[in-house]
Design a protein around this ligand. Structure first.
Ligand code: TEU
Ligand code: CA
Length: 555
């Protein structure tokens, strides 16, 4: 593969605890993933991204790592990992690990030592500050509720945790911390891992002096304020120079709050930092008008806003950097529920329309487990149906403690936006527990698994799975999809998402109806040399039926 194989690849994201349980303890595991490699290969994915599988107390489902060089026993052993990696390679696929190095678990040896005194080997591995007037050092709020600071009497100081108190932020200003992270990266890269997704990597450089968030300090405004700090490029360049550049790897930085201008600095063709970023603009649209409620809302996404967010990134990075393309991941609600009217009548059509709209863009597409089935949100109605600390803590803080919103309303917001929607177990068949496990899973299945499952879609030539398979094959077979430039069309159109791609003497036209109405749009479809793909069995030219999406090639 060329050095830039990341530009020609499609990534399949596996959330290990919810993918396949092989030893019937109700928790997904590495041997379970190995059993399903042929399924992923059949879809056409080139790369698999595993969410964290390291030793962890699981306060944030593995994003709180206690030992970076050990496998969480719930998922199996290091031998299981080595077997999964070699089988993935044997099948012609690559494997990315999830590198969580903005913070560790509070159970990590480094933190256990660091919090004991101010003069031990790890004293300066975290961000400790003296109280200010007997209080927290600033007004920063944690993403999972409460202040971003926790006091430790043994040190007489507070430590910073942008997420949970069990996730203390590492002090990247300390060169020894950077070397410890580089050592962890080499450990996995020397085992043959093909790269990393880097968790909130744009938070590792904090604003000098740790000043207060101006205005209303919430979880969202704190992350946005801290993001893309003053030494981020320096740290990423050092990581690239000392580690990444010595391996043939793919890297994607998760960058909440990042802008296209920032992203060009990190992924620029000469930046020698990362290959691409996960930006958040299109998934955090329609935030609640009350800024204290951050992302919690039940407003539908407005298509013109979606187009501004995605088209901005397509145009800004075209020829200058590289985009990741995603609708779903383990932190986002299910796309077909979030970006369509969530009407079961149109579920398959809408899922294919969304897939088409995204996969024909410039960048590396990511398919999240179950997206290829057209899996939907769980539509929970009760608080005890949620397990994610972000959801549960947000409810208690915003409803019970601060009384900013009432319970029933917050439950509607959680149903619309919670990460739990993405973490219900993978739906393999219509048998008990959906074929995910022979025992009750760690987290309740979506109740629609009898109708939406892999076994059913693999028998249906018109399923979302085979449609995604075609989209992925089109990308592999058509240079214009992988390398073409991007031209936005009618950004203000609130029903249709249309755009063109140009490459040499070829033009691609993508037209997607984001509504359940039949409408018309004329983009000279009649002059196309051929229809590459469409989510209806025939083509009615300028007529766009509910959630219809079509891709034309013009020679
Ligand atoms: O996510 C960071 C992040 O910004 C999102 O979690 C955000 O807070 C919200 O949930 C989505 O709008 C990464 C991981 O993907 C997430 O699973 C972890 O909980 C978090 O970092 C801390 O490691
Ligand atoms: Ca298991």
């Amino acid at each position: 593969m060329s050095k830039e194989w990341f530009k020609d690849s499609v990534v399949y994201q596996v959330y290990p605890m919810s993918f396949q349980d092989s030893n019937n303890d109700g928790i997904g595991d590495l041997p379970g993933i190995a059993e399903r490699l042929d399924y992923i290969k059949k879809l056409g994915a080139d790369v698999i991204w595993l969410n964290p599988i390291y030793k962890s107390p699981n306060k944030d489902n593995g994003y709180d790592i206690a030992d970076y060089k050990a496998i969480n026993p719930d998922y199996g052993t290091m031998a299981d990992f080595d077997k999964l990696l070699s089988e993935t390679h044997e099948k012609g696929m690559k494997l990315l690990m999830d590198l969580v190095v903005n913070h560790t678990s509070d159970q990590h040896e480094w933190f256990k030592e660091s919090k004991n005194s101010k003069d031990n080997q790890y004293a300066d591995y975290y961000i400790w500050r003296d109280p200010v007037d007997g209080h927290e050092p600033n007004n920063w709020r944690a993403a999972f509720g409460g202040s971003a600071w926790t006091y430790v009497p043994a040190r007489g100081q507070y430590y910073l945790h942008l997420f949970a108190p069990g996730q203390p932020d590492l002090n990247w200003e300390n060169p020894e911390v950077r070397q410890s992270v580089f050592d962890i990266e080499r450990f996995w890269l020397d085992k043959g891992v093909d790269g990393f997704r880097m968790d909130v990597i744009n938070l590792i450089s904090k604003p000098a002096g740790l000043p207060d968030v101006p205005g209303v300090a919430t979880a969202g405004t704190t992350l946005a304020f801290v993001a893309d700090g003053p030494r981020l490029n320096e740290f990423l360049k050092q990581m690239n120079e000392e580690v990444l550049s010595h391996y043939d790897v793919m890297t994607v930085g998760e960058m909440p709050g990042s802008t296209p201008e920032d992203a060009i600095k990190y992924t620029g063709l000469k930046s020698n930092e990362l290959n691409m970023v996960f930006q958040f603009e299109h998934v955090l649209l329609s935030p609640n008008p009350d800024v204290r409620l951050d992302k919690w809302n039940d407003e539908p996404v407005k298509l013109p806003e979606l187009k501004v967010a995605l088209n901005k990134w397509q145009k800004a990075l075209d020829g200058k950097g590289w985009n990741s393309l995603y609708w779903n991941n383990h932190d986002q609600p299910r796309a077909v529920s979030r970006f369509s009217n969530d009407d079961p009548k149109y579920r398959v059509r809408a899922a294919k329309m969304l897939g088409t709209t995204l996969h024909m863009m410039q960048g590396t597409p990511y398919v999240y487990e179950g997206e290829e089935l057209g899996m939907t949100n769980a539509h929970h109605t009760k608080l005890n149906q949620y397990e994610d600390l972000e959801s549960v803590n947000a409810y208690h803080e915003l409803v019970d403690q601060k009384h900013i919103v009432d319970g029933p309303t917050m439950l509607k917001y959680l149903a619309n936006m919670s990460r739990d929607n993405a973490r219900t177990p993978m739906q393999w068949d219509s048998e008990a527990n959906a074929g995910f496990s022979k025992v009750t899973p760690w987290y309740a299945l979506n109740t629609n698994y009898k109708e939406i499952n892999a076994e059913a879609v693999l028998k249906d030539d018109h399923s979302v799975f085979y449609y995604y398979q075609k989209l992925i094959k089109l990308r592999h077979d058509n240079e214009i999809i992988r390398r073409g430039t991007f031209e936005e069309l009618d950004p203000k159109d609130d029903q249709v998402y249309a755009y063109r791609r140009h490459y040499g003497d070829q033009t691609l036209l993508v037209v997607s109806n984001f509504t359940d109405q039949t409408i018309t749009r004329d983009y000279d479809q009649k002059d196309a040399s051929k229809l590459l793909i469409g989510n209806y069995d025939d083509d009615e030219g300028t007529t766009l039926r509910p959630y219809e999406s079509k891709v034309y090639l013009f020679k």
